[in-house]
Write a new protein. Structure first.
Length: 168
């Protein structure tokens, strides 16, 4: 029952409820130690095309693949959550500079742009990422998610397969 309450069934990643719990702990630690943290909103580029051309099973496999790529692209202490559809949220703790979040985002975009075979078809999924920083951009999870989403839309508007901080 606990797993169902806090994990996404498809990817095994934390869901929104567990993300909120982890944010509370991570932000308290950041406050105590004087660190920053980042909320990254990640969306797979052209995911709809995979679903439409290869089917929903292939889309599910792509989501599971993306979850693994993201999970292996961050530290064990960071949180990767499936936010819904083809959106993921990454919570990066213990940051000292804005640039650290950008380096992680750049690495994730590069790894998610690597070709992968799904349902016997080669595809290059790609991803766009928006970043909001705590406490610079906000201190509440909902606010940071909203601002990271604005950064995500800016990344998509600039041609996809990239990242943007909120306000860029």
């Amino acid at each position: 029952m606990r797993a169902m309450a806090y994990q996404d069934a498809l990817t095994g990643l934390p869901n929104r409820a567990l993300l909120a719990d982890r944010f509370a702990v991570t932000s308290a630690q950041a406050r105590r130690h004087g660190h920053m943290l980042a909320v990254l909103m990640l969306d797979l580029d052209d995911f709809k095309r995979v679903n439409d051309t290869l089917g929903h099973d292939a889309g599910d496999r792509l989501l599971a693949h993306a979850a693994e790529v993201i999970r292996h692209g961050v530290r064990e202490s960071d949180t990767v959550a499936r936010f819904g559809g083809d959106e993921f949220v990454v919570l990066l703790g213990e940051l000292h500079h804005f640039a650290e979040a950008g380096m992680v985002a750049q690495k994730l975009v590069a790894r998610l742009c690597e070709p992968v075979t799904i349902a016997g078809h080669a595809t290059e999924p790609g991803a766009s990422i928006g970043i909001a920083m705590w406490p610079e951009h906000g201190i509440e999870l909902g606010e940071l998610l909203r601002l990271a989403d604005q950064g995500l839309y800016a990344a998509k508007a600039s041609g996809k397969r990239t990242y943007r901080y909120y306000g860029e």
